[in-house]
Design a protein around this ligand. Structure first.
Ligand SMILES: Cc1ncc(COP(=O)(O)O)c(C=O)c1O
Length: 489
């Protein structure tokens, strides 16, 4: 008996030391985030990885809202990620800020995908691995079931790629010529713009316009004119669009396909966000919901880029794919990537793809995750309208977990400069303690300088804290301005 008690006591002591060390690995995390004594609740987790329990020393407390429950899952479990060498936490411009920039989640990946990875890691060999055609059969079914594809592409049409940005660079190099004009609608995800100039192609920016409620619109006559005047050979379509989360309607896509076919322009349709069309106020994303470009392409040359990485928070596993159904385009693409074996992935990419496109568990997790983010977005929009009316507003979110915030009112009210020491980004970063993605990153034309993108794929408490910080910073600035105007009069 004594021996049992002594063993138990040693076990408890070791666990406490371990927990303390894990928490101290989070040194630099603000105190209010830290709650090492509260075990994280993880009702959706079925993972067999015991140490995952201790990966969540951070707890965001939600003051006003119960967690969203969908499919009996709660997607609100806080995660600590700093020690995992994340881009978001390591390369932040202010590591003490709330990190709401890079488009990955401050939420756990689906437990069945985590379990598959853990199981694969427990097999102690990591030799060359292929992507078996079972993956592509699963992906094809997923595209039909979840992304509205009219047909299941044949497994031959799929090509593995480490990630979507790589696929776009490769596609430009394989399917266009040096100096060719490539049209990109802005604001848009910046690394893809860089691919164009970095590949020796000419980047032609086409500005999206804004509807009365702020949502982005394609100006199709102007776009068709640009394709013609510039002699463009390729166009990048982000569908749904990042930033702004716009889901393009069938009629818009058909008009785009016609204009591209007429001008013999290759459409590269990046559909990495297709699974994240949000549930919510009916009709928000149009009656058709998400429409893949393959449905409307008709005579138009096109390829599709896609991945499970945004959908299920797997970006660090580097697993994505292209769908190229037109044989001439596929041959040309493969001729470019095959010599460097860029169409092969890692052992973990294979496992991740197989698990992510396992329909039943992934469907359930995705429903719960989108419901959670929809609730975050709705809450934040209402909070900003109530507390910072006319100063900061959120674009209605049709898709993605990235909320486009318009700070034009605030910039004017606080007389923030467009660039330099007292600009919007500095204010948000240093005074509010929020690391968001600045609009200028998405739009070299300057039209988005008063906007910033906020990643809402996080626990509700983090969104609430972000709103509070922003309101406090605005209040502090206003008080300081009032005090200084009193002293100067
Ligand atoms: C539209 C779009 N395409 C591509 C990517 C990056 O994908 P990957 O990590 O597969 O290169 C992102 C990342 O946020 C994105 O928003």
């Amino acid at each position: 008996m004594k021996l049992v008690l002594a063993t138990a006591a040693v076990g408890v002591a070791l666990y406490i030391v371990y927990r303390r060390r894990r928490v101290s690995a989070e040194e630099g995390e603000p105190q209010w985030l830290r709650d090492p004594d509260t075990p994280p609740s993880s009702p959706q987790s079925g993972s067999s990885l015991p140490s995952r329990r201790s990966y969540s020393p951070l707890v965001f407390r939600s003051n006003s809202n119960q967690p969203v429950v969908a499919d009996e899952m709660v997607i609100d479990t806080p995660v600590a990620r700093k020690h995992l060498h994340t881009v978001k936490h390591t390369l932040s411009k202010n590591t003490d800020a709330l990190q709401l920039w890079v488009a990955d989640m401050e939420l756990e990946s689906p437990p069945h995908v985590v379990d598959a990875i853990v199981q694969r890691a427990s097999e102690p060999t990591f030799g060359y691995t292929i992507q078996p055609s079972l993956i592509w059969t699963r992906v094809a079914s997923w595209l039909v079931a979840h992304q509205n594809w009219a047909h299941a592409p044949s497994p031959d049409a799929f090509i593995f790629s480490a990630n979507v940005v790589v696929s776009f660079c490769n596609a430009l190099r394989a399917l266009t010529r040096e100096g060719d004009a490539v049209v990109v609608m802005v604001p848009s995800y910046q690394p893809l713009q860089q691919c164009v100039s970095g590949s020796g192609r000419r980047l032609v920016l086409h500005p999206l316009t804004r509807a009365a409620d702020g949502t982005f619109e394609m100006n199709l006559p102007a776009l068709a004119a640009t394709l013609r005047h510039e002699g463009a050979t390729a166009l990048l379509l982000l569908s749904p669009h990042n930033p702004g989360g716009r889901v393009w309607r069938t009629d818009e896509l058909m008009a785009l396909a016609d204009a591209c076919a007429e001008n013999d322009v290759l459409v590269v349709s990046d559909e990495i966000w297709a699974d994240w069309v949000l549930p919510g106020p009916s009709g928000l994303a149009g009656k058709d919901g998400f429409v893949p470009f393959s449905r409307v392409a008709n005579r138009c040359r096109h390829i599709t880029l896609n991945a499970p990485t945004k959908t299920f928070n797997l970006a660090g596993l580097h697993a994505s794919f292209l769908v190229i159904e037109q044989p001439a385009l596929r041959r040309a693409y493969l001729a470019y990537v095959e010599p460097a074996t860029m169409h092969f992935g890692s052992a973990f990419a294979t496992t991740a793809l197989l698990a992510a496109y396992d329909d039943q568990p992934s469907r359930a997790w995705l429903r719960a995750a989108t419901a959670h983010v929809r609730a975050n977005a709705t809450w934040l929009t209402a909070e900003l309208n109530a507390r910072l009316p006319g100063l900061v507003s959120a674009l209605p979110l049709q898709a993605t977990y990235l909320i486009w915030l318009d700070f034009a009112g605030l910039v004017a009210a606080l007389e923030l400069t467009r660039d330099g020491g007292d600009d919007l980004e500095e204010f948000v970063l240093r005074e509010a303690g929020l690391c968001l993605s600045p609009g200028s990153e998405f739009d070299p034309t300057g039209a988005s300088d008063a906007c910033m993108r906020l990643n809402a794929a996080c626990p509700r408490g983090m969104i609430e804290e972000a709103a509070q910080r922003l309101c406090d910073a605005v209040e502090a600035r206003r008080s300081a301005r009032q005090a200084s105007s009193r002293t100067s009069t």
